[in-house]
Design a protein around this ligand. Structure first.
Ligand SMILES: Cc1cc2nc3c(=O)[nH]c(=O)nc-3n(C[C@H](O)[C@H](O)[C@H](O)COP(=O)(O)OP(=O)(O)OC[C@H]3O[C@@H](n4cnc5c(N)ncnc54)[C@H](O)[C@@H]3O)c2cc1C
Length: 513
């Protein structure tokens, strides 16, 4: 395989000039309609829902020189070939709902995958589907559901996020406890590799969509690779038979510890049919309720919600069992308590994003809305309660005005972290801050980085990992924090793999700085 070399003398020329040449040559090669250099399109593709943009005074730090809209694998190959020759950074983008990794690089190329949306194969007998990487998850799910089946793939932002990005972030799904992260549903992948700009099909040790010992199993390298190792162009995933029943239940608890014990007991039954459990603290519940003019009862400190999935009779049985477990730990519900449908994340996330606008100055004065800043460390189940006991005061410091005066004027804790199952014995705390972007100035930026460091130290002290889904670490702290988490040896290995696949370091260079 021939490695693509930069053109002679290219390193000496400014990036902006090289990128402009790339735009011209690429438009010539794949068609003018697939290459945009107009300012509005470039502005749209600058940043993502992620918080990194908050930490930059000048949003032009992210302004790409060109946005490319490939419609085929060959278009992607051509884009990577020229980007290598002219040494222009490339950031693959899906729906840009990702909270880390899809921000464009100044004067680089944003590779917008959202025009590659075809379903290429639906193999009912083998329960596999192959689609192009830019298909939106909502369309992917609808295609499967219309044929009477179901995909375990179900992220919160399913209306916008794309199939290739799900693999690239190794995402968290609604039924993770039963089915694992996105990479676990993948049977094969087509990836355009940067070093030779050629597409290759990878399976689980073979090219066919089945586990094999014929070759090396390199496909998982691309799970969670966040666009740093290549561009995913096609994905083959399995789907499952649609279950007869999905039942949801919820119970309230007077204290957090009891609720978390019930939550852990429930999640042990993921493989038996309790596919999802989640626990919410009243800090979040009462705030979310207030947005709907609902008063949340004082005594309901923590909620535990569960989904039971399976054949009708089995689901009935397991639902009874789930309620029994909750009651054993003090769970209760009264008819006068508010209907908790406003909590259901997967149906309501758009409302939360909307609240970000309402609670900002946008409605009055226009301009920027509030920004959601997610945090999602994963911690051992047995340490959840002690962790929260230390974490809540740390979160309160954001709002109290004494510890972080600048943050107190522009950050609100929307959710202090709602545990959902991670790998067995672990949970991820899905939490969110809401930031008034207009008021988030230099002081707030520096206070936020200080707070984030203390948050990281706390997570590490409890033996946790910093971010299970979102990947966000302020860019400035990223190298140091990645090394702290993975260790020097693993970091060097990661850099070596990146160097082999992407010797000119054009792919998403901020992912592994
Ligand atoms: C409010 C909110 C809730 C969220 N909840 C969840 C959740 O429940 N579970 C979860 O997993 N995530 C969640 N996320 C994060 C994000 O929505 C998902 O990870 C989503 O799947 C990202 O898809 P996207 O198409 O928007 O990717 P993008 O943001 O466009 O990209 C994400 C990363 O993948 C890379 N990439 C994109 N396409 C390709 C490709 N074809 N080849 C190679 N690399 C590629 C990008 O370079 C980037 O690094 C949430 C985000 C928000 C804002």
């Amino acid at each position: 395989m021939k490695r693509i070399k930069p053109r002679p003398g290219v390193r000496e020329r400014p990036l902006a000039e090289r990128a402009a040449q790339l735009a011209d040559e690429l438009a010539e090669a794949i068609g003018e309609d697939k290459v945009s250099t107009d300012l509005p399109t470039r502005l749209v593709h600058r940043f993502t829902h992620g918080p990194e943009a908050l930490l930059h005074a000048d949003l032009n730090d992210f302004l790409p020189a060109l946005v490319v809209h490939p419609r085929s694998t060959e278009d992607v190959e051509e884009a990577l070939r020229l980007a290598n020759e002219l040494l222009v950074p490339v950031v693959p983008q899906g729906g840009r709902t990702g909270t880390f990794g899809a921000e464009a690089v100044k004067n680089g190329m944003a590779l917008d995958m959202c025009s590659m949306t075809e379903v290429l194969e639906f193999d009912e007998a083998r329960h596999i589907i192959t689609a192009e990487a830019g298909i939106r998850i909502i369309d992917f799910l609808a295609y499967i559901e219309e044929r009477g089946y179901m995909s375990p793939e179900f992220p919160t932002m399913n209306r916008v996020s794309t199939l290739g990005a799900r693999v690239a972030v190794h995402g968290y799904n609604k039924f993770f406890d039963a089915w694992g992260p996105s990479g676990h549903y993948v049977r094969a992948l087509e990836v355009v590799l940067p070093f030779n700009a050629k597409a290759v099909w990878l399976g689980d040790g073979s090219k066919v969509p089945h586990k094999s010992q014929v070759g090396l199993c390199v496909m998982p390298l691309f799970f969670g690779s966040k666009g740093a190792l290549g561009v995913i162009t096609k994905v083959t995933e399995f789907f499952i038979d649609r279950p007869e029943e999905i039942r949801t239940g919820i119970m309230a608890f007077e204290d957090m510890e009891s609720a978390l014990r019930a939550y852990v007991e429930l999640r042990k039954r993921a493989k038996m049919g309790i596919w999802r459990v989640k626990s919410y603290n009243r800090w979040f519940v009462a705030q979310a309720a207030s947005a709907f003019n609902i008063d949340w009862p004082e005594e309901a400190e923590q909620l535990v919600e569960f989904h039971v999935v399976g054949d009708k009779d089995v689901a009935e049985l397991l639902e009874r069992k789930a309620y029994e477990i909750c009651k054993r730990f003090g769970g209760f519900w009264r008819p006068d308590m508010p209907e908790p449908t406003f909590l259901r994340m997967h149906g309501r996330m758009e409302v939360h994003m909307g609240l970000g606008a309402i609670w900002s100055e946008r409605m009055k004065r226009g301009g920027l809305a509030n920004k959601l800043v997610p945090f999602d460390p994963a911690l051992p189940d047995d340490l959840l309660a002690p962790f929260f006991k230390e974490f809540f005061p740390l979160l309160r410091e954001i709002e109290d005005g004494e510890h972080y005066p600048a943050l107190a004027t522009c950050v609100k804790v929307l959710s202090p972290g709602a545990p959902v199952p991670a790998y067995y014995g672990w949970s991820k705390l899905a939490g969110r801050l809401l930031v008034n972007w207009k008021r988030f100035d230099g002081e707030a930026r520096s206070e936020f980085k200080d707070w984030f460091r203390r948050f990281a130290e706390l997570v590490w002290r409890y033996g946790g990992t910093l971010t299970m889904t979102h990947g966000f670490i302020p860019r400035e702290l990223r190298r140091e924090f990645v090394i702290r988490e993975v260790g020097e040896g693993a970091y060097e290995l990661m850099k070596m793999v990146k160097g082999l696949l992407d010797p000119n370091n054009i792919m998403n260079p901020y992912v592994l700085p």
